[in-house]
Design a protein around this ligand. Structure first.
Ligand SMILES: Cc1cc2nc3c(=O)[nH]c(=O)nc-3n(C[C@H](O)[C@H](O)[C@H](O)COP(=O)(O)OP(=O)(O)OC[C@H]3O[C@@H](n4cnc5c(N)ncnc54)[C@H](O)[C@@H]3O)c2cc1C
Length: 385
């Protein structure tokens, strides 16, 4: 494995680094404080091609490879984990899934508009009673006079209140469990489709999260993504992409914790010396650096395997699980190093701490990833197929 970045990968990383510094950083604290959705920043990102970067050029993308995408997301998350989440759902869960499973007509209809930023995408598996176990999806889809009639509730849907189109997972035949699932492209103006924003989140406050309601929502037959019964496979392929993106974001977030901690440790004086001269502080920084590098290499390895078209689901799970736990530990250390100042939004580390937690929950909780890794090692699963 060669992780020496190509010219293209360096270019996209530098482009995002400059953009994040100049356009996102000046607003990031206030957007978080005010729960302001950064639509203006997304418009600028669309103009620069970021909003569909890994998609083929024919759909308005830049066709960048998985490592380039990872380094782009790393730089974005270094400044805003909320924007990372918006972009990750839009690209990795929505666009890449549509690009992999959609018909040419479906792709032409939605992808160019999403790369231009005219509409955002969202992705909905989670329901009030359905989290980790998506085979138990309760939202129903019944074919009725040439249209699919969808009924049910989704919750915790990122971009749910602002997306122009949602990828909704629904059950077509309860008895078939995961083999009955199907995925549907549902436009926000479809009668019977509505959303309600969720407020008061611990972190990701600038990102939109919503509940979705589908009440006799009639969806044209041509909006079925893939085949009936392929919903579970579609969701799993989407999670592979999104989990890699979360891992990359966590590496960026952990790096931001290091950057802030080093700077503070160099400048904050106690007992007549910079706190960075004390070995207990150095130990925290050393742990953050080593763990972040390890998370980075797990993430790049997974992206490298994806670039080669090799199986990568377990490697992505390892990267996502480890990087999310590392980001959380790094954020905790960063607040510790900042002392009392770390507890206020005068410094960014309190936001890092709040934002980091979500990464151990979404795109598969840490426990679910340990199950995937353990099942791969033992060949034994607690779940029936
Ligand atoms: C900010 C945010 C944004 C989100 N965005 C989206 C989105 O865009 N689209 C979407 O569909 N969902 C989204 N989610 C939902 C997220 O994917 C779920 O929260 C996640 O899948 C976990 O489901 P749950 O919350 O229902 O927890 P549960 O599945 O109920 O789990 C609760 C606890 O039990 C543990 N647990 C469950 N089963 C097992 C088991 N078999 N073995 C051991 N432990 C187990 C879990 O690890 C966890 O600790 C988002 C969530 C948040 C917080």
């Amino acid at each position: 494995m060669d992780f020496g970045l190509t010219e293209e990968q360096i270019m996209i990383r530098n482009l995002m680094e400059d953009f994040a510094k100049n356009e996102i950083l000046p607003k990031v604290r206030d957007d978080d404080r005010n729960e302001r959705f950064p639509g203006d920043i997304l418009d600028k990102m669309a103009q620069l091609g970021f909003l569909g970067a890994p998609l083929p050029e024919e759909y308005g993308g830049m066709g960048i490879d998985h490592i380039a995408y990872v380094v782009m997301i790393e730089e974005l998350a270094r400044v805003s984990f909320a924007l990372r989440s918006i972009v990750s759902v839009h690209i990795s869960l929505f666009q890449q899934t549509l690009n992999r499973w959609g018909t040419e007509e479906q792709k032409q209809k939605y992808l160019p508009r999403t790369t231009k930023g005219e509409i955002l995408g969202c992705f909905a598996t989670t329901e009030p009673n359905v989290g980790s176990d998506i085979a138990s999806t309760e939202t129903s889809a019944v074919l009725d006079g040439g249209k699919w009639r969808l009924n049910g509730n989704k919750t915790w849907i990122s971009n749910g209140g602002v997306a122009g189109v949602a990828l909704i997972f629904a059950q077509t035949d309860k008895a078939k469990k995961h083999r009955g699932l199907a995925a549907f492209l549902v436009e926000k103006d479809t009668p019977g489709f509505s959303s309600r924003d969720i407020h008061g989140k611990l972190g990701l406050r600038a990102a939109n999260t919503a509940e979705l309601t589908l009440e006799d929502c009639l969806v044209p037959e041509e909006n079925l993504l893939g085949q009936v019964g392929e919903g579970f496979k579609i969701a799993m392929s989407a999670f592979d992409n999104a989990r890699l993106c979360v891992a990359a974001g966590c590496v960026g977030l952990a790096q931001a914790c290091i950057d802030a901690s080093v700077l503070y440790a160099q400048t904050r004086q106690q007992f007549g010396k910079p706190i960075g001269s004390y070995q207990l502080v150095q130990e925290m920084i050393a742990n953050m650096i080593v763990e972040t590098e390890a998370a980075r290499f797990l993430t790049y390895r997974a992206a490298y395997l994806k670039n080669k078209g090799a199986p990568s689901t377990v490697e992505i799970s390892m990267a996502k699980y480890y990087a999310s736990e590392v980001a959380l530990r790094a954020a905790n250390n960063a607040v510790q190093i900042h002392g009392g100042y770390g507890y206020s939004d005068e410094y960014p580390v309190e936001r890092y701490y709040r934002d980091a937690k979500v990464a151990t929950l979404l795109e598969g909780t840490s426990e679910m990833h340990k199950l995937i890794i353990g099942r791969n090692a033992t060949g034994i699963s607690a779940f029936t197929s």
